[in-house]
Design a protein around this ligand. Structure first.
Ligand code: FE2
Length: 297
């Protein structure tokens, strides 16, 4: 199995085998993000891409037409989305359906993302998400008792993957004591043409500007604390080769532009928090089974 290549690397958490140097830790504290190239080998990227292809092929979409769009968040009040915290669910790109309600392109080229519990429910993503190397990275980042809040597979389809507007992940996954940490893994090269991440160095020092709240009636709304626009001119592109991992502080403002190329930009993301902290009960993502988030160790 491909994962053994990485796990043999003696990177068990708590050992002296550090994944990041103290200088990289300083960069992360300064910038709010950190790029780690060559984090996983190409074979592992291929393995996850192949597994997702299988999941998409067996996905029977039936009446499901839930679109995910950061510009038009109508999905936020759809039950299919609200219940997806402990399931594997499929979300389409804006514009994927024609006026007759039919997909305009093949299913595998119409999806925006799959979320939010691949790490719990699919064996391939389960094992990958619990690699020693990822646990050791969380140890280096001082996330005590790390647990996985959500996972997403993002397609960023060629000529179709839409823009994700500038945001802080803590808007969606709020943890008071220590912001949620995003681990963004490039399964394919991420370039300015196909929609790489962009982030504002030091932007994580900005207080949280908004929160997406699920109320007692299961209605989702956004509370705005600061409506000044993000200084987008300060954004820098994080172009990375496949196999790279980008660590993102939950308060770091980041975005991705639309994919204007003929190449997809597949990525797998995890959001991690310490089990010692409290996941806000007003967050949109709640597990319907009332189980705790699963440990990363
Ligand atoms: Fe994000």
């Amino acid at each position: 199995m491909q994962y053994e290549i990485i796990n043999q690397n003696k990177t068990a958490p708590g050992t002296k085998n550090k994944i990041i140097t103290s200088m990289q830790r300083d960069y992360y504290a300064r910038d709010g993000f950190l790029v780690l190239k060559d984090f996983i080998p190409a074979e592992v990227c291929n393995h996850l891409i192949k597994r997702m292809k299988e999941l998409v092929n067996t996905f029977d979409m039936g009446e499901i037409q839930t679109i995910f769009s950061s510009k038009n968040p109508a999905h936020a009040n759809q039950q299919y989305f609200l219940d997806s915290g402990d399931k594997i669910r499929f979300f389409f790109e804006e514009g994927a359906f024609n006026e007759a309600g039919k997909l305009a392109a093949p299913k595998d080229l119409s999806l925006n993302k799959v979320g939010h519990a691949l790490h719990d429910l699919d064996p391939a993503f389960y094992c990958f998400s619990r690699l020693n190397k990822i646990a050791a990275l969380c140890h280096d980042l001082e996330i005590a008792d790390p647990q996985i809040v959500q996972s997403m597979y993002i397609f960023k389809q060629p000529h179709f993957g839409g823009e994700v507007t500038c945001h802080q992940d803590s808007t969606y996954l709020y943890v008071k004591e220590q912001p949620v940490t995003g681990l963004w893994i490039a399964l394919e090269d991420a370039t300015m043409q196909n929609g790489c991440l962009w982030a504002i160095p030091g932007g994580h020092k900005t207080p949280l500007k908004s929160r997406m709240i699920r109320d007692r009636n299961n209605r989702v709304c956004t509370q705005i604390y600061d409506d000044t626009p993000w200084p987008l001119e300060k954004m820098i592109p994080l172009e990375v080769p496949r196999g790279s991992l980008i660590v993102l502080n939950g308060l770091s403002p980041h975005m991705s532009k639309e994919n204007v190329s003929d190449k997809s930009r597949h990525a797998y993301t995890l959001h991690v928090m310490s089990a010692k902290h409290e996941f806000a009960k007003e967050n949109w993502l709640q597990r319907s089974d009332d189980k705790n988030f699963s440990s990363l160790l």
